[in-house]
Design a protein around this ligand. Structure first.
Ligand SMILES: *[C@@H]1O[C@H](CO)[C@@H](O)[C@H](O)[C@H]1NC(C)=O
Ligand SMILES: *[C@@H]1O[C@H](CO)[C@@H](O)[C@H](O)[C@H]1NC(C)=O
Ligand SMILES: *[C@@H]1O[C@H](CO)[C@@H](O)[C@H](O)[C@H]1NC(C)=O
Length: 516
């Protein structure tokens, strides 16, 4: 049963519906003949399917450190944190971070202690190809990931490799980075190196992580590397080339490297769910839908919809705005009919990073947004319910129902694709008694279970972000997402299990939600 929006207004309807269902189920149970009932295998309620996988995540720049070791090249995050330390709240950077480059075996101990089935980590493009192109292959960098992958497999933890987690060789940025169409060819060369080297052992690949955040925060809002100031233009070019590069990597993988068909490759998108601020106001209903289409749909529609291409609402709005601005062409690049077909279907599952949700309403003014910009095009205000628990990260509130509603939106919108939840987690001060994280995971894993068992959403995996505390981008080391505490002052960056490790470990080993 799918409950729709659990707003206060609807709670009483839900309550009555629940009573009806309970009574019906009770009646049916008494009517089933005993002999037949005995043949039915007992179904344990609240149990994750035996095929469901649990994992933990991290990314190269956030944990590896060793930024100038063994031939690693400079990356855009090295460049930005060095040139603009004032952009990072504590003036820090990822130069040393958790030193996972040297201490990856400690990370594996943490993963083993948590009992995960897989580990989602990313490869640093700059470590493998220091200048970004194929003429600069760095054997020591490649060996590091060989060692990591082999050690994971030895410990029965499946590697899930992200190829691009927001970091890029600085030399490619000097060429214009993601908004330059030639990046598609550079990414393809990088992907080829990784497939050649690791595809015998790596069977789960992520091409790009959270392209909306990379393109929008990095190319419009001057919040993330590479700090490109091109709102409403560079962000859409960035997205266009990521979609084409993803398609190239996907097709190359299946044509040349996944010949035994045991591997999967997918893009990772992040989104919250958005409810209309007033569910009875059609403008709010439209604004909520527009908010999701502009965020998740921007990358999901070209790949997962039956028609392909950008969401119609994005094309209409951005084309019309571009015309009003007297432009010769639309700020949203256009796919050729061949490209629409080439891009469609290029993800074996939907990698979904879910953190939080919000309400939406049409924007009443656009003051404060650059002109043009993604936010002017989208034209909605979002807000939260102040009663939702808030994490150390002010943008992060615990809203488990949003995850369940989003999974159902994806099921209906894209014909129930396979979904891996590739990130989901909670930030705090780094305390060992991390009750906030436990409550967050409890609520969200229950939401996943309800989506799987009751709503028939095709969700097959959950990844907790993150295995260890790490460099949280422009928040530096002030927001801790780890299941393991990292002592950043100790030379050996000691990892210590927080309470949430035992909590998660118990869910993974029993495949059940705790009853207490
Ligand atoms: C576009 O051109 C028209 C006609 O020249 C003009 O009236 C209008 O102000 C222009 N719009 C913008 C946004 O410059
Ligand atoms: C916020 O949540 C509280 C508690 O669930 C509820 O009573 C209230 O109506 C919500 N506010 C909005 C704006 O939905
Ligand atoms: C790391 O260092 C701390 C003290 O700084 C020490 O207590 C701990 O045993 C060390 N751990 C390892 C694995 O060497």
């Amino acid at each position: 049963m799918y409950c729709g929006f659990l707003t206060a207004k609807r709670l009483w309807i839900f309550g009555i519906a629940t009573v009806i269902v309970v009574v019906t189920v009770a009646l049916c149970a008494t009517l089933i003949p005993k002999s037949k009932a005995n043949n039915v295998r007992p179904v344990t309620p609240q149990q994750f399917p035996s095929t469901f996988k649990f994992g933990c995540g991290s990314s190269a720049y956030q944990i590896e450190g060793a930024y100038a070791t063994d031939g690693r090249g400079q990356s855009i995050w090295d460049d930005v944190t060095k040139k603009y330390p004032e952009k990072v709240v504590d003036g820090s950077n990822g130069n040393v971070a958790c030193n996972s480059y040297e201490l990856y075996e400690e990370d594996i101990k943490a993963l083993v202690a948590t009992g995960v089935n897989f580990y989602r980590f990313s490869i640093s493009w700059s470590r493998v190809l220091p200048t970004g192109d194929i003429s600069s292959v760095n054997e020591l960098g490649l060996q590091y990931y060989d060692n990591l992958i082999n050690a994971l497999i030895k410990n029965k933890i499946q590697p899930m490799v992200t190829m691009f987690h927001w970091d890029m060789p600085q030399r490619l940025q000097e060429l214009g980075g993601m908004p330059n169409p030639i990046i598609v060819d550079y990414f393809k060369q990088y992907a080829k190196i990784l497939f050649e080297r690791y595809s015998d052992r790596v069977k789960l690949w992520n091409t790009f992580n959270e392209p909306v955040v990379y393109c929008e925060l990095g190319h419009s809002l001057l919040v993330h590397a590479p700090l490109v100031n091109s709102p409403g233009i560079g962000n859409y070019l960035c997205g266009h080339h990521i979609l084409l590069a993803n398609a190239e990597a996907y097709r190359m993988y299946h044509n040349f490297y996944n010949l035994d068909k045991t591997g999967k490759i997918a893009i990772v998108l992040n989104s919250g769910y958005t409810w209309p601020l007033d569910a009875n106001n059609p403008d709010d209903v439209e604004a909520a839908e527009r908010t999701i289409q502009f965020w998740l749909g921007w990358f999901a529609h070209p790949i997962f919809s039956s028609t392909g291409g950008y969401p119609p609402v994005m094309t209409e709005v951005i084309n019309a705005n571009s015309e009003m601005e007297n432009r010769t062409w639309s700020r949203l690049p256009e796919f050729t009919p061949e490209e629409i077909i080439y891009v469609r279907g290029t993800s074996d599952f939907l990698g979904l990073n879910y953190y939080t949700s919000s309400y939406a309403t049409p924007a009443t003014d656009q003051i404060g947004w650059p002109n043009p910009s993604f936010y002017r095009d989208r034209n909605t205000f979002t807000s939260v319910n102040e009663t939702w628990p808030v994490a150390k990260s002010t943008w992060l509130r615990s809203v488990p129902q949003g995850l369940r509603d989003l999974l159902n939106w994806i099921r209906k919108q894209y014909n129930n694709p396979e979904v891996y939840i590739t990130e989901n987690g909670w930030s705090d001060e780094g305390e060992l008694h991390d009750v906030g994280r436990i409550e967050y995971l409890r609520g969200h894993l229950q939401a996943v279970l309800d989506a799987v068992l009751r709503d028939r959403c095709n969700v097959v995996a959950h990844t907790t972000w993150s295995i260890i505390d790490n460099f949280e981008w422009m928040s530096g080391y002030t927001e801790k997402f780890g299941l393991f505490h990292v002592d950043f002052t100790s030379p050996n960056k000691t990892r210590t299990a927080k309470d949430s490790v035992a909590f998660l470990r118990s869910i993974i080993s029993t495949r059940m939600m705790p009853t207490n």
